[in-house]
Write a protein that binds this ligand. Structure first.
Ligand code: PAF
Length: 283
């Protein structure tokens, strides 16, 4: 595995792959890799000949008071895991490499409708930070395919929209969320939970499952279902942010006749913010 930190060396390496006619799949990450990330890498290697992974803890997507400084950084273990998966190129840019003009002066990409909705409501600047860094990474790697987890569902929808709107020649693939044995969605932030919180954390997934079951049995009063879910989270010791039923592709509030739904939720347990979602079809 080549480990590269400059855009110039990355481009050189990718050009060599392209000369051999190889298709490139890209998996952007912030490191602290778990089985969910490795699943993305496996999917990427099924879809292309050469897998490029980036590890970059992107300061632009963290708000003041969020966990940028303490975000778990486990580079040695990450490298070993990627090597074992047969990843060809690991891109490890420094902040100055990604934001040459400095973070404040950097050109930003904003996809309308995301900053003020769902996770964007309580994390100002989050989605602009992601759209900006992903564009910067896409322009450096120029992959044929990019792979993202469905756990960050709103992020995935935003990136698909951005790629379409800006006509980026990249196919964006979502991969199903990997879960622990009890159903908790795998996440680097699960490491922040103490033992008691860890036991309770799966309640978020269970609550979304209850909403899904109600929708499948014909309930269509989304507001009532969302309100019950928030109360249930509160009773279990969470500080809920939102539970929302949306249309799968657009993330709009579903209109009548909409069959492809996703139930999304975010809640804080102790000081750890957890998110999850479940997709479903109704008849
Ligand atoms: O999902 C993540 O880990 C990050 O938001 C991403 C896509 C790597 C951008 O920093």
């Amino acid at each position: 595995m080549q480990t590269l930190s400059s855009t110039a060396s990355l481009r050189e390496s990718i050009s060599a792959q392209r000369l051999q006619g190889r298709r490139i799949a890209f998996v952007p990450t912030m490191g602290n890799l778990h089985a969910g990330h490795l699943q993305l890498v496996r999917q990427a290697s099924i879809l292309a000949d050469c897998v490029v992974v980036s590890i970059f803890v992107n300061p632009m997507q963290f708000g003041p008071g969020e966990d940028f400084a303490t975000y778990p950084r486990t580079l040695d273990a990450d490298k070993a895991a990627l090597q074992a998966e047969g990843v060809e190129v690991l891109f490890l840019p420094a902040v100055e490499e990604m934001y040459a003009a400095g973070l404040e002066q950097a050109t930003r990409i904003e996809v309308p409708g995301f900053e003020g909705d769902l996770c964007g409501r309580s994390r100002p600047g989050f989605f602009t930070g992601i759209a900006t860094v992903v564009t910067g990474l896409f322009n450096r790697v120029q992959p044929d395919i990019a792979v993202f987890g469905e756990k960050d569902y709103q992020q995935l929808v935003m990136i698909k929209r951005m790629v379409r709107d800006l006509c980026m020649p990249i196919e964006v693939q979502g991969v199903a969320t990997m879960r622990e044995a009890d159903g908790l969605a795998m996440s680097s932030r699960n490491a922040y939970l103490d033992a008691a919180q860890r036991d309770r954390a799966v309640h978020l997934y269970q609550v979304l499952g209850t909403v899904k079951a109600a929708l499948e049995s014909g309930s269509r009063d989304y507001t009532v279902l969302e309100q019950h879910a928030l109360e249930s989270l509160q009773q279990a010791g969470f500080v809920p942010d939102y539970v929302s039923v949306r249309e799968q592709r657009s993330l709009r509030v579903p209109g009548p006749g909409c069959k492809q739904l996703v139930v999304l939720g975010a809640a804080t347990l102790g000081s750890t913010r957890l998110i999850d979602n479940i997709s479903l079809s109704i008849t």
